[in-house]
Design a protein around this ligand. Structure first.
Ligand SMILES: Cc1ncc(COP(=O)(O)O)c(C=O)c1O
Length: 453
């Protein structure tokens, strides 16, 4: 239909009218030609529109940590929607936001004692950056405004997130609009030195020293914070080399710079603990979270801060707003009710413990794919996993990459939902996964790779 011809507002959508939806991060024309459509889900499985059971090897998008449609979480959301669908959190409050804040902070490591709610990982990152800059100013260090990110870092899609993020293809169209006052340290991935490492690679801790060089270049008095993912997720599960995070922490402390861990993927059991900070035993100053915070059921982001940061804001006249920031849906009742119920499920069903117990099985199973066609690296930690493929001579986007073909075939031919990012097949099953399902995921990935030229 030409765009000048308007359909009547109440006209029913055609059964297969896929036109209007401008889809996020999708090759739209490819998708709309052959849609991968999910119509319902339960536990480890989604159901496709042609009635097939699809085993979820990616927890949706790293978020359905308690599995799909958990009855306890569904009931909590339904009850909350019936009791209080919405109340503002600007100068009003509702109990469930306060309950969620205290319960979630109690799960955080060290002296984290406050949380600021938002609606996504991207917003949690923007909030963290604003808190870092405002905190430095509040404590009399107003020149500390720059943020150091890392190459191959993914921090969502808002302007701050893509600025501190380190993905050229996410930034290039917007390069003129990026945030000023940002620099990056190198990523830690090196196939020559690290390929097929089990858990943390031995090589690469020295790359943290690049942070010292950046600080030398800019001067510590101009830097508010460093932001990194403890394990880079969306750019292909890049596991930190042994000793690397320790060095980053020490350098930040030495130069009085805040360390932000972006834990949008790694928090809430992905590594078998509430946070990667706990897994690696490194204490950041700010932790960003989303996704697994409420099992991916209702949009929610959260920025957790250490003791003292909140207090620094509590100055000036008591009728003044201490932090000029917030979203209409910050601390939305449905999101908070879902978070409280999800936390109970994590505890009652010992899901973090399940992830920790399965870490070795998961890693061993994935490493059996060494030698499978096109496989040039395998990485696994907690219940995150990546199989990196040799791109060969394919020429995307004119041609389908090997990774995209694998992803497509897994869905249609093998009933597996998995992610691909660049040349990497990325996996993160719900924490309810069992050993048989791990074997099924790995076997079907291996089988599919044999069909890819
Ligand atoms: C580390 C990290 N930060 C931020 C984000 C952005 O989260 P969202 O897509 O909810 O905005 C993501 C999303 O995958 C992420 O992995």
């Amino acid at each position: 239909m030409p765009s000048s011809v308007k359909r009547a507002a109440n006209a029913p959508a055609k059964p297969n009218d896929l036109g209007a939806h401008f889809m996020p991060f999708t090759a739209q024309r490819q998708f709309k030609g052959k849609p991968r459509m999910i119509v319902s889900a339960k536990g480890m499985y989604c159901t496709s529109d042609d009635g097939r059971q699809i085993l979820d090897a990616s927890a949706g998008m790293w978020c359905m940590n308690a599995g799909h449609c958990h009855p306890k979480i569904v009931a909590a959301i339904q009850k909350q929607a019936a009791d209080l669908d919405y109340a503002p959190n600007f100068s009003y409050g509702h109990p469930v936001a306060f309950q969620a804040a205290s319960r979630l902070c109690a799960e955080m490591p060290g002296d984290i004692d406050h949380v600021f709610f938002s609606n996504s990982g991207s917003e949690a990152v923007d909030t963290a950056i604003k808190i870092a800059i405002a905190y430095q100013r509040a404590r009399g260090k107003g020149t500390k405004t720059k943020i150091i990110g890392r190459e191959r870092g993914y921090h969502g899609v808002n302007i701050a997130g893509i600025s501190v993020g380190g993905l050229g293809y996410n930034r290039k169209v917007f390069s003129a609009a990026l945030m000023p006052g940002v620099d990056h340290i190198p990523h830690t991935h090196n196939l020559e030195k690290q390929a097929f490492s089990k858990l943390q690679p031995e090589w690469g801790a020295h790359l943290a020293d690049e942070l010292e060089n950046r600080i030398l270049l800019h001067d510590a008095e101009t830097i508010a914070a460093v932001i990194i993912e403890p394990v880079a997720g969306s750019t292909g599960v890049l596991v930190p080399p042994k000793g690397y995070l320790e060095k980053i922490r020490a350098i930040c402390t030495k130069h009085d710079i805040l360390l932000i861990f972006d834990e949008v993927i790694t928090a809430w059991g992905r590594l078998g603990k509430a946070t990667a900070a706990e897994y690696f035993n490194i204490m950041p100053d700010i932790i960003t979270s989303a996704k697994g915070i409420n099992g991916g059921t209702v949009p929610m982001g959260a920025t957790f801060i250490r003791k003292g940061i909140y207090d620094a804001f509590m100055q000036g006249g008591e009728y003044g707003v201490e932090f000029m920031h917030g979203y209409t849906y910050s601390g939305h009742p449905l999101a908070c009710a879902a978070a409280l119920a999800t936390l109970e499920v994590y505890k009652e069903e010992k899901l973090f413990e399940n992830a920790a117990e399965l870490e070795k099985k998961w890693s061993d199973a994935l490493h059996t794919l060494k030698g499978a066609p096109h496989v040039i690296d395998i990485r696994a930690i907690g219940l995150m996993g990546a199989v990196e493929l040799d791109p060969g001579t394919r020429n995307p986007p004119q041609e389908m990459s090997r990774a995209m073909e694998t992803f497509d075939k897994l869905f249609f031919d093998e009933g597996i939902m998995m992610r691909f990012t660049g040349n990497v097949m990325a996996m993160s099953p719900p924490l309810i996964v069992n050993e048989n399902q791990i074997d099924e995921i790995v076997t079907k990935l291996g089988k599919t790779l044999k069909t890819v030229k």
